[in-house]
Design a protein around this ligand. Structure first.
Ligand code: SAH
Ligand code: F3S
Length: 437
């Protein structure tokens, strides 16, 4: 009988991407994928350690799986960033785990499981410099209009709060030709929009056939793929958003009119402590350059509040910047001290962390997001038409450059195309438009 495998994924899109690679490798070996952990012979948890909370959730989850182990012989494998960060230490809290594997070792999981079955011993593999894992594609079966693809892994920036360089390792870029090949494969399955993934995509750098491919060249070459109608990417570090990349916005309208460019704080004092290596003047200049090419481009960001040393005056600078740039939907977090990072030892243990500042950021962003949406009424938007609306089978729906869903009446034949739509109304946060001929 085929062994059944269950995987649970926490964290970012890159983790989702990795989990799909894992599943595809198992499918090759004739394992069956199950959606029910109780039915599985192999349980895999692909984890995230960007903030402490996510890590605690993991041990609760493992505790629940431990109970299954008492009833039948199952294998539990813990992978991803927590596995890489904690390594052997995990056995202290969860000695029933059979396999610990890092984000760059996912392609070896099949072999590790065979070994555990044969030798009945625990295996830990968390170190690897290569990214051989990408030899298997992540999106094999899916026929989605929008696909994600990892183009690089790791980060060399070492922002003082961030665990990524320690968990995902040093920056390494996938070969340019491999990326193009995978995107061509995806277009055959129906992909029209591609989202390039990486911890710091604009640091992309690969040499192939004596040609150097940096991020701007990669974007241009992807834009030349006829069937790809729209390109997005996450995440960028402002320091590497150079003029060559900004100029790509001029060269192709396939680059979406929306950019996620995490600033983290509006205070130069805090940015310096965070080791973000830019200041607010620099950040604003980048946005100005972008706006000179794309006057309507919308910007989103990530923010961290309660960073060690953040006083009210620094926090107010963040609020001011949020208003000034007029950020659209953005993410915000309370600083979470992470082991190994530079800022880990500088925080004085506070009895209770106030969430007030976080809520203030979130409220301001919420207000602005709503305003951006309301201001869309009467405008003409480019949308990628995804399919038939879930709420009304008479209608189609599509996604705008700024990630809004629009419903409208149209013929099924235009599914998968980019079309212009005039937004005419908004009802309970749902936008409705009409096709422009
Ligand atoms: N490469 C991206 C960030 C990836 S991590 C960049 O250049 O900004 C995603 C987001 O998680 C970060 O932008 C940051 O806002 C948040 N984050 C990372 N480490 C954190 C920590 N220790 N505490 C709170 N938030 C954190
Ligand atoms: Fe983290 Fe800074 Fe890199 S936030 S992912 S170390 S750019």
């Amino acid at each position: 009988m085929h062994k059944k495998i269950y995987i649970k994924t926490w964290g970012c899109q890159m983790n989702e991407y990795d989990s799909n690679i894992i599943l595809n490798n198992f499918k090759k070996k004739k394992y069956k994928i199950t959606k029910h952990p109780k039915k599985a012979n192999i349980l895999i948890l692909n984890t995230c350690s960007i903030r402490e909370k996510s890590q605690e959730k993991i041990f609760h989850q493992l505790g629940r799986w431990k109970k299954f182990k008492k009833k039948k012989n199952i294998i539990i494998a813990l992978g991803g960033c927590v596995a890489k960060q904690e390594g052997k230490k995990i056995y202290k809290r969860a000695n029933y785990i059979d396999i610990i594997f890092g984000p760059r070792n996912i392609h070896k999981l099949n072999k590790m499981i065979d070994l555990v079955l044969k030798k009945k011993k625990k295996i830990i593999k968390i170190n690897s410099k290569s990214i051989k894992k990408f030899k298997t594609y992540s999106n094999i079966k899916h026929k989605k209009k929008i696909s994600q693809i990892s183009i690089m892994e790791g980060c060399n920036k070492y922002c003082s709060f961030c665990v990524v360089p320690y968990t995902r390792g040093k920056e390494i870029s996938r070969p340019h030709n491999e990326i193009i090949k995978e995107i061509l494969y995806l277009t055959k399955k129906g992909t029209k929009e591609i989202i390039l993934l990486g911890q710091n995509v604009n640091a992309y750098n690969n040499t192939f056939n004596n040609n150097q491919y940096k991020f701007d060249k990669l974007l241009i070459n992807i834009s030349k793929i006829k069937k790809i109608k729209r390109i997005r990417f996450i995440t960028s570090h402002p320091i590497e958003l150079n003029n060559k990349i900004i100029n790509v916005y001029k060269k192709t309208n396939k680059l979406s009119n929306f950019l996620h460019l995490p600033v983290q704080s509006g205070s130069n004092y805090i940015l310096k402590k965070m080791k973000r290596i830019y200041n607010i003047k620099y950040y604003k200049k980048k946005i100005k350059n972008l706006l000179s090419i794309r006057p309507n481009i919308q910007i989103s960001s990530d923010f961290i509040t309660n960073f060690p040393g953040e006083k009210k005056k620094h926090f107010l600078k963040t609020i001011n910047l949020i208003k000034k740039i007029n950020f659209d939907y953005s993410y915000s977090f309370i600083y979470s001290p992470r082991p190994k990072t530079k800022s880990f030892n500088t925080i004085k243990k506070k009895k209770k962390i106030s969430k007030k500042r976080l809520y203030k950021i979130q409220n301001q962003i919420k207000k602005q997001t709503k305003k951006w949406t309301n201001n869309m009424i009467g405008t003409i938007q480019r949308i990628l038409i995804i399919g038939i609306s879930n709420n009304n089978i008479m209608q189609l729906y599509g996604i705008t450059d700024n990630n809004r869903k629009i419903n409208f009446f149209g013929n099924n034949k235009i599914i998968g195309k980019i079309k212009k739509i005039k937004i005419i109304k908004i009802n309970k946060n749902k936008l409705f438009g009409i096709l422009i001929k």
